[in-house]
Design a protein around this ligand. Sequence first.
Ligand code: FMN
Length: 215
Amino acid sequence: MTILEAMKARHSVRRYISKQIQNEINNCNIKGGLNIQLITDEPKAFSGFLYHYGKFNNVQNYIALIGNKSMDLDEKIGYYGERLVLLAQMLGLNTCWVAATFNKKSTKQICKIQKGEKLVCVIALGYGATQGISHKSKDIKQVCKNETEMPNWYKKGIEFASLAPTAINQQKFEFSRKDNIVSLKSTGGFYSKVDLGIVKYHFEMGAGIENFSWE
Ligand SMILES: Cc1cc2nc3c(=O)[nH]c(=O)nc-3n(C[C@H](O)[C@H](O)[C@H](O)COP(=O)(O)O)c2cc1C
């Protein structure tokens, strides 16, 4: 953008993105019974050789995904975390799910983790230097069992599910369907339950929650 374009584009803005993200975090925490926290101006989580080298650069903000330890925590974190990721994208921000390549030790000291809670992973957040690139997606037949003629809503759900981020792009999930009852199962892998929650959210948005029920 040139300075002259900037003059044309400039208007007073009174609502800032962190407020909208924070509002949605509050909604997710209430709905999911979670303790997700927005951490801003905090470079430590992604500084240091391991996290910086070849990968993360200039990450100052992130969403810490925290909740009470339970069997379904990872899946809930995936589901609500992706809801936040997609809101951020709609607001013109960029994100990256991060389970491994961040400084978990220092992050744990910065967040407010209550007794019985766990920091599952974080989502790096900010204005990206680029918009990223599309990941390779598995063929529909590889993620969907026993289907010949799919209803439109199901097809659309799977199409959007295949756009979901998964750890190391593993896409280790499998859909099956009996009429309008849909089942989604993990076929293993790292952080597969978080992946499952993320994929579920994508499927719901693609298929339309009014069209089906989860098994
Ligand atoms: C649960 C989860 C954990 C992830 N952990 C990391 C990580 O530790 N480091 C990293 O660089 N990327 C991580 N990613 C990002 C994935 O590598 C990325 O989402 C995947 O390759 C697909 O690419 P896309 O997000 O550009 O579509 C993670 C993604 C998910 C869903």
